[in-house]
Write a protein that binds this ligand. Structure first.
Ligand SMILES: [Mn+2]
Length: 436
């Protein structure tokens, strides 16, 4: 039997920035949620290194959060230290006898730059049983028409490596990748256990369909990139991250997998260990219903009642402080929208200035206008559908009609001009907001 532990998407150095309290971060070098990820990673490295009869530890990419597509900063210093410490724990407890195999994901790499933070944090030969595969290794394998694999003859186990690669970025990449991938087909009948390690997902076209399916005949496929722990098929699994990173992920599970593969029959036993259960804080979305003509005091009281659950005798505690998002849902007019934003900014300011009262780390909100889904609506999101062919003329007709109805004698041209200016300005504002 061969025993493998699969983990992925640790995202060391991830920082929840938007709408978070800042006071604690400055004295402590890291931010509270960032620190919770470090603590969880170190605990997991300690735990997995003590799992009996372990043969391999496999990490399917994204050890670090930075740099990535939208941020070219290197990982923060505490991420580097935590990473080193995690490796030291693992190799010390396993006496350097258990290989750790890592493939590169789309995070923690400088694009177009071959030297990565992962390597720069380790001295050459520091961990002899650490195997690291990056995009460059994949490109070399493709150029040379060779497999990217790793064999352990004494364990009769072979790994096929698929670091993250945007093979669908250009037609030529796709072709080359398609031509190469059959090099990753295991030899038949040599009794080896064949395992693929890949970072990518069919959802965003970053996982080749031959890896996503059973076409290449692997006994097991260890996947990274999607952050929820899930089984895709009987032998394709995502282990997910260790903890949720954002509000969507707070409703998924994360962890690592202990996989036993029978050397003869190749049958699998996959044990799930849910590390999201280690999460020490509330991480939740609260829904508040809004209706037209709702007095603002009533809405404010509703919000405050929700936040009262996070009032604590001891006040703010970085280890347990909640990450909260309020979804306002209902028929929301421009005015209401503006009112909610103003009210929430004020409430958040108050929460964050009363450190001896509220145990809240992050407070975000989102305004969901249900009338966007209704047919006969003229809310903020839909107003553009009502833009007229010749707005100046039609608006003038409208103004004229209204003034005639009321028998008033204003200057119709002047009024039309003013009205049009206001309308155009409003539409420009909506456009700008949509871009963000
Ligand atoms: Mn990824």
């Amino acid at each position: 039997m061969v025993r493998i532990i699969q983990m992925a998407d640790t995202h060391l150095g991830y920082r929840a920035r938007r709408g978070t309290i800042n006071k604690w971060a400055i004295q402590n070098y890291s931010r509270p949620y960032e620190q919770e990820l470090y603590d969880t990673f170190l605990k997991v490295m300690e735990d997995v290194s003590r799992v009996k009869d372990l043969d391999f530890l496999v990490h399917c990419g994204d050890m670090f959060h930075h740099p990535f597509l939208f941020s070219s900063y290197p990982p923060p210093e505490p991420a580097r230290r935590t990473f080193k410490k995690g490796l030291e724990i693992f190799f010390r407890n396993t006496h350097g006898q258990v290989p750790l195999i890592y493939i590169e994901g789309n995070h923690g790499i400088f694009r177009g730059y071959e030297y990565t933070p992962f390597e720069s944090h380790i001295k050459e030969g520091e961990f002899p049983n650490l195997y690291y595969f990056k995009e460059r290794d994949l490109i070399t394998a493709i150029k040379e028409g060779k497999a990217l694999d790793l064999e352990f003859p004494t364990k009769k186990t072979r790994f096929y490596l698929f670091p993250y690669f945007e093979f669908k970025g250009f037609e030529i990449y796709q072709q080359q990748y398609d031509n190469w991938i059959d090099n990753q087909l295991p030899p038949k009948g040599d009794g080896f256990i064949n395992i693929a390690i890949a970072h990518g997902s069919a959802g965003d076209d970053t996982l080749h369909n031959k890896v996503n399916s059973d076409d290449l005949g692997y006994d097991y496929v260890a996947l990274g990139h999607e952050h929820g722990l899930k089984m895709l098929s009987k032998n394709h699994f995502y282990s997910g991250s260790l903890l949720p990173l954002n509000f969507k992920e707070a409703y998924e599970k994360q962890g690592y997998l202990i996989i036993d593969i029978d050397a003869k029959t190749k049958s699998l036993n996959v044990e799930k260990v849910f590390t999201n259960e280690l999460l020490q804080r509330t991480f939740t979305i609260i829904t508040i219903d809004v209706y037209p003509n709702q007095p603002s005091i009533e809405l404010e009281n509703k919000i405050k009642t929700e936040l009262d659950s996070y009032v604590n005798d001891k006040g703010f505690n970085p280890k347990t402080a909640a990450r909260l998002k309020i979804n306002f849902s209902g028929e929301i007019t421009f005015e209401k929208n503006w009112q909610i934003n103003e009210m929430m900014s004020r409430i958040r300011r108050d929460c964050f200035s009363e450190l001896d009262k509220y145990n809240i780390l992050q407070l975000l909100w989102n305004i969901l206008d249900i009338s966007e889904n209704l047919e006969d609506d003229i809310s903020a999101g839909r107003i553009q559908d009502y833009i007229l062919e010749k707005p100046d003329e039609e608006f003038k007709t409208f103004v004229n009609e209204k003034l005639n109805e009321e028998h008033s004698n204003f200057n119709v041209d002047k009024l039309t001009q003013i009205g049009m200016r206001a309308l155009k300005k409003a539409l420009r504002t909506i456009e700008r907001e949509k871009e963000v």
